[in-house]
Ligand binder design. Structure first.
Ligand SMILES: Nc1ncnc2c1ncn2[C@@H]1O[C@H](COP(=O)(O)OP(=O)(O)OP(=O)(O)O)[C@@H](O)[C@H]1O
Ligand SMILES: [Mg+2]
Length: 378
């Protein structure tokens, strides 16, 4: 039985007085298996927090269902749902020390003292709040941002909930601390084996943490799959453009047949010397699209490389070099073909004075999309 299931979940808000209600979550369905780590990712305003708050019971459901452990909980109070939520703005009580902050909710419920002690000790040990330095007696103002975030995690942990919900819990931390806390949460997941739903707009966080990712846009699910499936086989152009940085290149064009090979030709002024052509030569399966049909071809920046000087010229194309961004281990090249701008990632930047490059792209890595609907064709 899945730990969490949402079915055709809808949330309407009145945009402002007198305006018709607007669906900010529109027929969203997904399942989270017991012990699974699922990340909800999407741009700001796509409905991530609203979905999480409906699962927690902090927001009413307009229509559809929220099931926890197979039980319909639409009308069950948050405190009776056995979920714990960690927010971006984890307000700790300033006048209580760390141990008191963590145990406050349990004390409120009248839990026996030794049970509270056991849970706080365990959380402190898992989160490293007891050593090397014992922070349990400190007030929040004497803690770093990362330590405070750990206390907020501890407060959720001591409840020993069936499901943890995280709403961008790391966005107030600096880059280094984020990476550390990311590892910490994943360790926590491995150790507790708990079901976790994690919301972020950061695609790197989604890719590195998730067992499965749910990509959202405008309140609708775009794709639900494992990170690498999302990366290599995005269901539509939104997902393809959102996941991956620098973003996937989109090139409009069509296929022709040349010497028995399918060849993609970009839409462009054909008198330019830089028309992009890609040959489906060798054993690479032909794309299942009709000749001359307009398509959008998607290729990630790392799926291009510079053609070898003595390579087969018929499978390469040239592009004008506009600018180079060095990131250290590699460089991003911004190029222009006859009809499109391209971003290409290479190990070594081209030498000074280079104004055009010959490139080869790997047809096996291509995604093809329908230009009208944006949907994946193959
Ligand atoms: N109480 C409310 N009344 C009216 N509209 C709301 C309310 N709460 C949220 N919204 C709207 O619902 C949409 C989704 O909001 P939500 O907070 O779920 O987005 P989000 O994906 O979490 O974004 P972010 O990444 O910025 O946190 C937004 O357009 C927001 O303006
Ligand atoms: Mg949000």
């Amino acid at each position: 039985m899945s730990a969490v299931r949402v079915e055709n979940l809808v949330k309407s808000f009145e945009a402002s007085r007198g305006h018709a209600p607007r669906d900010v979550v529109n027929k969203v369905s997904f399942e989270v298996a017991d012990g699974e780590f699922v990340v909800l990712v999407g741009p700001s305003g796509c409905g991530k927090s609203t979905i999480l708050r409906m699962i927690a019971g902090l927001e009413s459901v307009t229509s559809g269902s929220v099931l926890l452990g197979g039980r319909l909980v639409n009308d069950i109070a948050p405190k009776d749902r056995d979920v714990a939520m960690v927010f971006q703005n984890y307000a700790l009580y300033p006048h209580m020390d760390v141990a008191q902050n963590m145990s406050f909710g349990l004390r409120l419920r009248g839990m026996p003292r030794d049970e509270i002690q056991r849970r706080v000790d365990r959380a402190a040990a898992v989160l490293g709040l007891d050593q090397p330095e014992n922070l349990l007696g400190r007030r929040p103002k004497a803690l770093s941002g990362g330590q405070r975030q750990r206390v907020a995690l501890g407060r959720a942990m001591v409840r020993e909930p069936a499901v943890f919900l995280f709403d961008e819990p790391l966005s107030n931390l600096d880059a280094k601390m984020r990476v550390e806390m990311r590892a910490e949460i994943m360790r926590l997941h491995a150790e507790l084996g708990a079901t976790m739903i994690y919301v972020t707009h950061d695609q790197i966080e989604a890719m590195t943490m998730a067992d499965r990712i749910v990509v959202l846009c405008n309140g609708e699910v775009q794709q639900t799959a494992a990170p690498l499936e999302i990366y290599h086989r995005p269901a539509n152009m939104f997902v393809a453009g959102f996941i991956g940085s620098p973003a996937m290149n989109f090139i409009r064009g069509h296929f022709i047949l040349e010497g028995g090979d399918m060849v993609f030709v970009e839409n462009a002024d054909s008198s330019s010397p830089h028309v992009m052509r890609l040959h489906w030569a060798g054993g690479i399966p032909r794309p299942p699209v009709e000749l001359f049909r307009q398509v959008v071809l998607g290729l990630r920046p790392e799926h291009f490389h510079e053609a070898a000087p003595d390579g087969d010229a018929s499978i390469s194309f040239s592009a004008e070099l506009k600018s180079v961004e060095n990131t250290g281990p590699e460089a991003s090249l911004h190029l222009r073909t006859a009809g499109h701008e391209l971003t290409v990632r290479v190990r070594r930047p081209p030498g000074a004075g280079t104004d055009a490059l010959r490139l080869v792209a790997d047809p096996a890595q291509v995604s093809l999309f329908d230009p009208a609907s944006g949907r994946r064709l193959s």
